[in-house]
Design a protein around this ligand. Structure first.
Ligand code: KG4
Ligand code: ZN
Length: 339
């Protein structure tokens, strides 16, 4: 029988305080405290995020240990998100992890948040298989939009990324223009279900073949809504489903265009997506269709492993633990941490 090897993962890069425990590839607990405070501001307020992390981190870690049915003395290592992300948020997780590893006398392991999103595909679940190397990873969330060529677990290269907003921001800002609460991405998705995706054609932003830009699209949607509202004050209310379906169609089509370009350029047809926007029904459908349409193998992780979570941090922590890739206790949080 394999010896137990419990590793605690801690994630605090943005507005979710999360902790998880892994044991020999099996996630035993995955706890996330999502900060509601930002809703009334229509976006993440960094100062408030750090304060909420301070408040949440101890109870979240306790809960993760309790759900895993272990004591902190059973832990073999502490893995934490060192970056990229909001510095004040990262500092909370980093300082806490350092202190805990020192207190328990066990190794500290630093994890890159973006690598963790990609490696989340290797978390063992009953109904999902992991992509095989090399594969392309499209990470789409409120904070990132990247296409990464993944050659091996720790050999990754960003081959395309957004030059301005992230795709999740494009969804959230569009939702705000339509008067929907923050974060409104899932509401655009909800209303899009009954709308006509071709009702209002929006121009897809033009940048390099593998890069993304969303700020122009947001402005186009803003002016379109303003113009139509002058003609009919109830325009948004009367046409919400069609507007949402058209926005979603444009964004999903744009993401798929970029993936097609990336496949053409690299010859790689193993495609994995991750990040909160992978929850979108339009991108999910497009990815499934791409299997028969273009002969791709596509992979979408379970939703709880798509959004910011600590299971992915614990997972990478375990991989690094096996290779004794430990961090010094002088390590510092890095808002712009590279691969
Ligand atoms: O990964 P995530 O939970 O947090 C980070 O931003 O890192 O992603 C959150 C983003 C938000 O912008 C949210 O509106 C978007 O994912 N989102 C969606 C959907 N569900 C979440 N966007 C479109 N359709 C959805 N169903
Ligand atoms: Zn993230």
């Amino acid at each position: 029988m394999k010896q137990n090897c419990y590793i605690l993962g801690i994630e605090s890069s943005c507005d979710d305080t999360a902790a998880a425990v892994i044991n020999n590839g099996v996630i035993l607990s995955n706890v996330v405290a999502t900060q509601k405070i930002h809703e009334e501001y229509g976006g993440v307020v960094p100062e408030l995020a750090s304060r909420a992390h301070q408040k949440n981190i101890v109870p979240v870690v306790h809960q993760a240990l309790r759900k895993a049915n272990i004591d902190k003395k059973d832990l073999k290592a502490i893995a934490f998100t060192r970056g990229p992300g909001l510095l004040g948020s990262l500092l909370v997780g980093t300082s806490f992890s350092k202190s805990l590893s020192m207190g328990l006398g066990i190794p500290l392991i630093d994890v890159n948040h973006m690598q963790a999103h990609i490696l989340a595909h290797f978390i063992k679940t009953e109904d999902q298989t992991a992509p095989s190397f090399p594969f392309l990873a499209l990470t789409i969330s409120g904070g990132h939009t990247q296409i990464v060529k993944v050659t091996n677990y720790f050999e990754m290269e960003i081959i395309g990324e957004t030059i301005d907003d992230a795709v999740g921001e494009a969804f959230d800002k569009s939702a705000k223009i339509l008067g929907l609460p923050y974060p409104g991405g899932h509401l655009i998705d909800k209303y899009a279900q009954t709308g006509n995706p071709k009702a209002y054609p929006f121009t897809k932003p033009k940048v390099g073949p593998l890069d993304f830009s969303f700020s122009g699209l947001k402005t186009a949607i803003l002016y379109f809504v303003k113009r139509e509202t002058i003609k009919n004050p109830n325009f948004v209310k009367e046409n919400r489903a069609d507007i949402c379906a058209s926005i979603q169609y444009t964004i999903v089509d744009y993401l798929m265009d970029k993936l097609k370009n990336a496949v053409k350029e690299t010859g790689i047809k193993e495609i994995a997506i991750g990040g909160g926007v992978s929850a979108n029904s339009g991108i999910r459908k497009a990815m499934i269709e791409a299997e028969s349409k273009y002969g791709w193998n596509t992979y979408i992780p379970k939703f709880e492993y798509c959004t910011d979570n600590a299971a992915m941090i614990a997972m990478v922590g375990e991989m690094k633990y096996k290779h004794k890739m430990f961090a010094e206790n002088t390590t510092v949080a890095s808002a712009r941490m590279k691969f």
